[in-house]
Design a protein. Structure first.
Length: 395
């Protein structure tokens, strides 16, 4: 029993320390994703192991049992520090966290399905699909605001179903949620000049079908994650329609707000970032852009979102992890500074102890915080349920 307790407590302690002090290669990669999603379980596990250590020490006091109690106490303390810090960030941003539910193991893509799946455009040998999530009472009252979701996956993988449980949650809050697929890059087909066009096509499709969706095309929020965050920002901040498919519709709706999670800001900075995942990130960039920056410097420069941080952009909410191993946090912060200096409304929330996938567990503190912050931001700028005091407080 004591052996099992040690085998449990030491990895938990290592993960917590890896998130709190992210300096150990590879450990910090796993810790920055696991800790924000599972910190409640880590705390509970440490308390249980500590209790077992106390019982074992009472039965037969040894240095081993005393060391186990000390290790469990240190682990519980570390977990409590992380948990309280995340809760403080949540409370500062108006999120009410259900602590008991944080022990749920449900993932944010599980146990949810769309109301409809439709083809919004056809490309050569490829149909582009979207999913629609609607409130149960969608036909009652005025038309609903729209949330268009662009998934992540390094431009080469992923699908519109990622985060389905979150999308159902937004629909239950009164939004029409439209989650889209777009052309993914292949070794023989970079999509640096195609994927954003697909996002704009989907936006025009939403405007053209707003009546059937009971949606208000003048209240559209664009939401993207990781690679999808890059595409969402590019689509919202530029006006190149590129209407090459009659299915798209003729009118691009105005974007009321943009929300991105862990967005790619600078492909070049991401390519140059050293670390354990540099090879993976360079694969993403090579597939998406067609090759390295030495070969296509103009493409890398054109895709840097900092060049779009000019006056007149829609209000933007950025959520990112301070310990993101894939995308440089410095690029995100630089974009926010430039955009705010240009007069744009930008709210930046950098989550402590968090990496790239900090909210994949549906009821984790970080996902409850994300849902609450995103919902308040959408309501503030969709001209519905105005909440002028819902400013994001970063930590």
């Amino acid at each position: 029993m004591l052996t099992l307790a040690w085998l449990a407590v030491l990895p938990i302690l290592a993960m917590l320390l890896g998130a709190m002090v992210p300096i150990v290669p590879w450990l910090r990669i796993f810790a920055s994703d696991l800790v924000p999603n599972w910190v409640s379980w880590f705390l509970l596990g440490a308390l249980i192991i500590g209790a077992l250590g106390v019982l074992a020490h009472r039965a037969r006091a040894t240095r081993v049992t005393l060391a186990l109690i000390a290790a469990a106490a240190g682990t519980a303390l570390a977990a409590a520090i992380v948990m309280l810090h995340l809760l403080q960030v949540a409370w500062a941003n108006g999120a009410r966290v259900d602590l008991l539910s944080t022990l749920s193991v449900r993932q944010f893509s599980e146990a949810a399905s769309p109301d409809r799946s439709l083809v919004y455009a056809r490309r050569p040998r490829e149909a582009l699909w979207l999913d629609v999530y609607q409130p149960a009472d969608v036909q009652a009252g005025p038309r609903r605001p729209v949330l268009v979701v662009v998934h992540g996956g390094g431009f080469i993988e992923g699908s519109r179903r990622v985060g389905a449980a979150n999308m159902r949650r937004y629909a239950d809050s009164g939004w029409i949620v439209v989650s889209i697929d777009y052309r993914l890059a292949r070794p023989d087909r970079p999509t640096w000049n195609l994927a954003t066009r697909d996002v704009r096509c989907a936006l025009r499709w939403v405007a053209a079908h707003a009546r059937g969706l009971h949606a208000d095309a003048d209240r559209v929020t664009l939401f993207g994650v990781s690679a999808g965050g890059n595409l969402a920002m590019a689509a919202a901040y530029t006006n190149d329609d590129g209407a090459d498919d009659a299915r798209c519709g003729s009118r691009t709706p105005s974007i009321a707000a943009v929300i991105v999670k862990a967005p790619l800001i600078s492909p070049l900075a991401s390519w140059q970032r050293e670390g354990e995942l540099q090879g993976q990130q360079r694969l993403y960039m090579s597939r998406y852009i067609g090759g390295p920056p030495e070969r296509y410097p103009e493409r890398y420069a054109a895709l840097d979102l900092r060049r779009l941080s000019t006056r007149g952009n829609p209000p933007t909410l950025i959520l990112a992890g301070k310990n993101d191993p894939l995308l440089p946090a410095a690029s995100v912060e630089d974009f926010a500074r430039r955009s705010m200096a240009a007069g744009n409304a930008v709210d930046l929330l950098m989550l402590p102890y968090s990496g790239h996938n900090f909210n994949t567990t549906f009821n984790s503190i970080t996902n409850q915080l994300s849902i609450a912050t995103i919902t308040r931001f959408m309501n503030r700028y969709s001209r519905e349920l105005p909440d002028p005091q819902s400013k994001v407080k970063t930590q």
